[in-house]
Design a protein around this ligand. Structure first.
Ligand code: HSC
Ligand code: NAD
Length: 719
């Protein structure tokens, strides 16, 4: 809907669809009618368009894209009269003017904004392109080069930059509506002809610019089709007259909007928001619980993870005390933090001033007592239960009674750690992913006594430090690593059976994963998994050797151990599954020595090798992990499939244009997924991960959409 009022000869039109004023059918119709009314009203001398509440408009209503056809009037129909009006039309922008919202503003003759407003064309992020003239009008306003940058990246442009680029005509500091009215009055009587973007010419940037951009975009947004379509549409603005360019844009938009990538990316957009709405088994949830304030924080352990976590906190302006066991470790950790900050400045991700500000809020210590006054502590010491319990017991005595105690453990039981304290309600897992400063996922793990207030606090903290927080329950390895286990195990079995590690990685990278499994292992260090496997086996009373082929009747492959025992630890030693030339180098080359080692291993155990297709590689790795995902859902470790998808997208780089593994399974049709898993179970009876999930079996008999899967778990039906 759009509201209309005449304020002393100024028609004030309000886009009314809070919270973000998405341009739904009602808003588009309302805007069209309001513009007509202003156009027809002789008393009206000028027109102001603004948004109700905090935002101008976040663009088209994405929910409407699911249908077959967008109902008319489209944004272009709604805005036609703004373009044609001889009365000046001013867009008064507060909050965001994104996508179709910015397109509305580009139909206006003038644009003013508040100092904190943001404009942009984020359509690429949901798999489409600006389809209401954005690709034709922006180049007419700011030129081809800047338009390519804004439209293919989808980035938000802040007010200052928008003013410099010429998107905004003025930044105003008082009430945006009043400022809009005053501005509009001030331009009454000035001919609007020169302000109408459709009448302008696009400068000829030459075709080479586009050839270069195609290569850049293909590399930077590997696998995504929308950025390439954006380039085609922008090129049309240069090559065609306005109306023909608009037709071309619409054609490209319609091709994209019906693509699988658009569907998956839009699913991801909403999944992220659904996942943010958490719920505990007690019923307490994100609507009912309030977070505690976190004014100061502490991090214990300044190793790989602790240094990165401290960096996340200080760059978000949270004063942090970093505690180590001794001065030597502390200095090493601080060097890492400083080095990463310098790296960010060099990469222009932050200014030197921002880096200095961050380091100024970091305090360091070798004494846990220095955490007595902080609001929240994140422990990131070695993965050792006794050590963690000892630290939590001490923290319980040292810290204020309200302080929340978090652990970055990647596998240990949260409840056991909480038992070391008298504040079990304030103990929670905050599982970050390496490198902690870069990876967006924050897997928050609640224990049986963790309070809703504690959960609300760590979920809010995640958002504040620019992570994507997802809430999961406690179980061995939690969700991300638990699902990774069958995925990685299948990769090793595939190698035993005949695929090379390089073929496995190629298949995964062609699918869209940023790195294959074996390259990731080399990056993390093969010795880490080696130690974890040995210790986990020891806890179960088993001595693992590289000759171990079965553990308690279950098939295992310890080829990675064989490599470690040959001194191949991954990037750190210059060789692992790949050869890197020398330690620390990143360029991976396939290594014949590794292939010989695999040959020898297979001969030793009389394993028959065969040719394995990339389809089989993907199916076995992905379906093994998806089956585990259904088990996690059926156990209630997560409350919805969207949580799993967001974990894989932000924890492991699953491509957004594939929507996450559970969405992917849904697209494959669950009856096919179930059938294939059952077949693998028959063919590989010694792998427990192929035991089909009961929930999957039940769901495969229904046509329930992904958004309704959990209704089957929550219903009384027995699984
Ligand atoms: C043939 C026809 C031609 C058609 C042509 C169309 C052309 C056009 O170029 C296409 C577009 O504009 S494409 C669009 C391009 N624009 C974009 O891609 C912008 C997408 N939006 C954003 O990036 C963020 O929402 C903001 C930064 C705006 C606000 O962030 P924040 O303050 O953290 O808030 P938040 O939590 O994120 O959102 C609050 C609530 O609003 C909901 N919602 C939001 N936008 C929506 C939308 N467009 N729609 C629907 N709903 C939308 C959101 O789901 C949430 O709902 P919930 O039920 O409470 O969960
Ligand atoms: N490395 C990863 O990829 C990764 C990813 C997610 C979670 N984790 C988890 O994060 C935690 C830390 O792992 P990491 O890889 O950073 O280990 P790390 O070995 O790099 O760092 C651990 C640090 O803890 C310090 N430390 C040990 N005892 C201490 C004490 N009593 N007081 C203060 N500091 C102490 C050590 O000196 C060391 O610097 C572990 O629980 C691990 O499972 C690791």
């Amino acid at each position: 809907m759009a509201n209309y009022r005449n304020k002393g000869g100024v028609a004030v039109i309000e886009l009314n669809n809070p919270p973000v004023n998405a341009l739904s059918f009602e808003v588009r119709s309302g805007l069209m009618n309001a513009l007509k009314r202003a156009h027809d009203d002789k008393d009206v001398k000028c027109i102001v368009i603004h948004g109700k509440g905090k935002n101008f408009s976040a663009g088209a209503d994405i929910k409407e894209f699911g249908g077959t056809k967008q109902q008319k009037p489209w944004i272009t129909d709604a805005c036609r009269l703004a373009d044609e009006s001889s009365k000046p039309v001013v867009a008064a922008i507060a909050g965001t003017a994104l996508g179709g919202g910015l397109e509305v503003a580009l139909f206006c003759h003038y644009r003013i904004g508040t100092p904190s407003c943001r404009v942009g064309f984020p359509e690429v992020q949901i798999g489409v392109l600006p389809g209401a003239g954005g690709t034709q009008r922006l180049p007419r306003l700011i030129g081809v080069k800047h338009s390519i940058d804004m439209i293919t990246s989808g980035r938000h442009v802040m007010a200052e930059e928008a003013l410099k680029l010429g998107i905004l005509d003025k930044i105003v500091t008082d009430d945006i509506i009043e400022e809009g009215i005053q501005f509009a009055k001030s331009v009454v009587g000035i001919d609007v002809g020169g302000r109408i973007l459709r009448n302008r010419k696009v400068e000829d940037a030459g075709s080479k610019v586009f050839d270069d951009e195609i290569s850049r975009v293909k590399k930077k947004y590997k696998g995504y089709i929308a950025p390439l379509f954006c380039l085609k549409a922008i090129q049309a603005s240069m090559q065609l007259p306005y109306d023909a360019g608009m037709e071309q844009e619409l054609k490209l938009f319609q091709q994209l909007v019906s693509s699988g990538q658009a569907k998956a990316q839009q699913y991801t957009f909403f999944a992220e928001r659904i996942s943010a709405r958490w719920q505990l088994p007690s019923g307490a949830n994100s609507q009912t619980a309030s977070p505690l304030p976190v004014k100061t924080a502490g991090v214990i352990g300044a190793g790989t993870m602790g240094a990165g976590i401290a960096l996340c906190l200080i760059t978000s302006g949270i004063p942090t005390v970093l505690v180590e066991q001794d001065q030597k470790f502390l200095e090493k950790g601080v060097k890492t933090v400083e080095g990463d900050l310098r790296g960010s400045v060099a990469l222009k991700k932050m200014t030197a001033e921002q880096a200095n500000k961050a380091i100024s809020v970091l305090k360091t210590s070798v004494n846990l007592e220095d955490l007595h006054d902080v609001d929240l502590v994140i422990e990131a010491v070695y993965e050792n239960l006794a050590l963690k319990k000892e630290i939590f017991a001490k923290l319980d005595k040292i810290c204020k009674s309200k302080t929340i105690l978090c652990t970055n453990t990647s596998s240990l039981d949260i409840d056991t750690i909480a038992e070391a304290t008298k504040r079990r309600d304030k103990v929670v897992g905050t599982h970050f992913f390496a490198p902690a400063y870069i990876m967006k996922l924050q897997e928050n793990v609640y224990g049986k006594d963790t309070s809703a207030e504690t959960v609300a606090t760590v979920m809010a903290l995640g958002k504040r430090i620019r992570k994507v927080p997802v809430l999961v329950g406690t179980c061995d390895s939690f969700v991300a690593n638990r699902m990774l286990h069958p995925y990685a195990t299948e990769a090793l079995f595939l190698v035993e059976e005949g695929a090379s590690p390089y073929e496995v990685d190629q298949a995964l990278e062609d699918f869209g994963m940023p790195m294959g499994m074996f390259r990731v292992s080399d990056l993390s260090g093969l010795d880490i998994g080696y130690k974890v496997r040995k210790e986990a086996a020891k806890r179960r009373g088993i001595e693992l050797t590289s000759d171990t082929r079965f553990v308690n009747g279950e098939r295992v492959c310890l080829l990675a151990n064989v490599l470690v025992e040959k001194g191949r630890l991954g990037i750190k030693s210059g060789k692992g599954w790949y050869n890197y030339g020398s330690p620390g180098k990143r360029e991976a080359t396939p290594d014949p020595e590794v292939l010989d080692t695999i040959e020898e291993y297979c001969r030793k155990y009389d394993i028959k090798k065969r040719k394995i297709s990339s389809q089989e590689i993907l199916e076995r790795m992905q379906l093994a992990m998806i089956n585990e995902g259904f088990k996690i859902l059926e156990e209630g470790i997560v409350s919805k499939p969207e949580d799993i998808d967001i974990i894989w997208i932000y924890g492991f780089g699953w491509p957004k244009y594939m929507g996450g593994p559970m969405f992917y399974a849904n697209e494959m049709k669950l009856k096919n997924v179930y059938r294939k898993i059952r077949d693998f179970h028959q063919n590989y009876p010694f792998s427990i991960h192929w035991t089909p999930s009961k929930l999957l079996a039940r769901l495969s008999e229904t046509d329930l959409p992904i958004s309704k899967w959990t209704s089957l778990i929550n219903s009384n039906s027995k699984l």
